[in-house]
Design a protein. Structure first.
Length: 254
């Protein structure tokens, strides 16, 4: 009886592990934005909305700067991505970025995506991007064919706009110089819903112990209840996390 019970338990654990491996998440790697920057971008969205621009606006809590979109990723492939992220930030010193000009993709003749670019810090940002590509290349991810153009998507334009009007809308918006520190790179899970995409941070590799906004991440108890011992020891040894009132997310919390 004991042997049968043990065999049943092993089969049950194996089935659960296989089910977990089959579960996939739509994920991407990005730089999260502080609340102050999100407020600036939200004001720009409001101004353009008042000017009559029709768009599916990115919610303030979902604003980010994408580095690499990975698509649907099985749960068992997330840990190697996390390791690659930690290797990516290891040689990088903390740095600042500043908001740049407004722009559209693909062009003003047929604008579909409205974005804010980056001004200061683009050299270090591009170095970070290229280093990330090097470390995820062995995991099966190809390098981007196009030049890296860092931007924050404000919305997707729904109604056609005459090129001359689009140019005026872009020129009239004075963003100003708004600096913000890059705390690290974050792995986000993206869930598509009828009301828009919901982005949930799963993991953050921090740059030189630059602490992120604790409000963005799960609590210490939530994370510690889901972390396996081996991962915890690895992170403890690497000293890439901070334990305070909140667990600064260098562990998978999904």
């Amino acid at each position: 009886m004991e042997h049968q019970a043990l065999t049943g338990l092993c089969l049950d654990l194996r089935a659960k592990r296989m089910n977990k491996e089959r579960v996939s998440h739509r994920v991407f790697i990005a730089i999260s934005l502080p609340g102050s920057i999100c407020q600036v971008l939200e004001r720009i969205q409001a101004e353009l909305r008042k000017k009559g621009m029709k768009a599916s606006w990115t919610k303030p809590g979902s604003l980010h700067l994408t580095l690499k979109f990975l698509g649907n990723l099985p749960s068992n492939e997330i840990e190697p991505i996390q390791a690659a992220m930690v290797k990516t930030v290891d040689p990088i010193s903390r740095f600042d970025l500043s908001l740049g000009r407004l722009g559209v993709f693909p062009d003003v003749k047929a604008p579909r995506v409205l974005w804010v670019g980056i001004d200061k810090g683009t050299d270090t940002l591009e170095k970070l991007f290229k280093t990330l590509e090097i470390h995820i290349l062995p995991l099966g991810w190809k390098k981007e064919g196009q030049r890296f153009l860092p931007h924050i998507t404000l919305g997707r334009i729904r109604k056609p706009i005459f090129p001359s009007r689009m140019i005026n809308l872009l020129k009239d918006r004075q963003i100003g110089s708004h600096l913000f520190e890059v705390p690290g790179i974050t792995l986000f899970k993206s869930e598509l819903t009828p009301s828009g995409a919901i982005h949930t941070p799963l993991f953050q590799a921090r740059i030189n112990h630059a602490y992120p906004d604790v409000a963005q991440f799960p609590s210490t108890s939530e994370c510690l209840s889901r972390i396996d011992l081996r991962t915890f020891v690895q992170l403890l040894v690497s000293r890439r996390f901070y334990l305070g009132s909140n667990f600064q997310n260098t562990v998978e919390c999904n």
